[in-house]
Design a binder for this molecule. Structure first.
Ligand code: AR6
Length: 176
C-alpha cells in the first residue's frame, strides 16, 4: 500500500481527546450508550449527544450513523455497531469490514479529512485482536486507495500492546 500507507497512523491513547474531524464510536445497536469506548465518548461529549442519538432509531450491525461531537474536540462522531464474536461462522468478518467501510463513506460524505478509529469489537464484543486488526487495516487501505477523502486515518489504540499489533499489520501491508 506504499502511497496509501503514509495516510495511516497508529496512536496510543484516549480517542475522546483527539482533535480530528471525526472519531468513530464502537457502539451497540441502540446507540444509547454503554461501556468501553462508547461510555467514554458519551461522558466526554455530554448529554446533548444522547439527545441526538435518541432521534436516530438505532443502527444495524455493520452500519454507521453520524452525529455532532458536542463537548469533544472532534467535530463529528461516527457511531458504528461491530459484530459480537460468536466463533467466526456468523458473518463476523464481513460485518466488521462493513463497519470500517460505512464509517469511511460517512466521513467522506461529510468532508472529514482526519478520522480516528478505535479497535471496533475487540473489547466487550470479544473479536480476536489479530483477525480484527487485519480486517481494520485491509479495509481502510482498500478505501483510501480509491478515495482522496479522508486524507488521514488514525488507528487509536487504548494500550501499547494493541498499538504494536497495529504497527506490525500496517507495516506488513506497506510491504505488500
Ligand atoms: N479510547 C480508545 N480506545 C478505547 C477507549 C478510549 N477511551 N476505551 C476503550 N477503548 P469496546 P466493542 C478500546 O468494549 O468490543 C459498549 O458497551 C478497548 O480497549 O469499547 O466494540 C457498547 O455500547 C478496545 O480495544 O467496544 C457496546 O455494547 C476497543 O476500544 C459494546 O461495548 C473496543 O472495545 C461494544 O463492544
Amino acid at each position: 500500500m506504499s502511497e496509501v500507507g503514509s495516510r495511516i497512523c497508529v496512536h496510543t491513547g484516549d480517542i475522546t481527546k483527539l482533535e480530528v474531524d471525526a472519531i468513530v464510536n464502537a457502539a451497540n445497536s441502540s446507540l444509547l450508550g454503554g461501556g468501553g469506548v462508547d461510555g467514554a465518548i458519551h461522558r466526554a461529549a455530554g448529554p446533548e449527544l444522547l439527545a441526538e442519538c435518541r432521534m436516530l432509531n438505532g443502527c444495524k450491525t455493520g452500519d454507521a450513523k453520524l452525529t455532532n461531537g458536542y463537548g469533544l474536540p472532534a467535530r463529528y462522531i461516527i457511531h458504528t455497531v461491530g459484530p459480537v464474536w460468536q466463533g467466526g461462522g456468523k458473518g463476523e468478518a464481513e460485518l466488521l469490514a462493513s463497519c470500517y467501510r460505512r464509517s469511511l463513506e460517512l466521513a467522506a460524505a461529510n468532508d472529514c479529512r482526519t478520522v480516528a478509529f478505535p479497535a471496533i469489537s475487540t473489547g466487550i464484543y470479544s473479536y480476536p485482536k489479530d483477525e480484527a486488526t487485519e480486517i481494520a487495516v485491509a479495509t481502510v487501505d482498500a478505501f483510501l486507495d480509491k478515495n482522496t477523502v479522508p486524507e488521514t486515518v488514525i488507528f487509536c489504540c487504548f494500550d501499547e500492546q494493541t498499538a504494536e499489533l497495529y504497527r506490525q499489520v500496517v507495516a506488513a501491508h506497506r510491504g505488500a
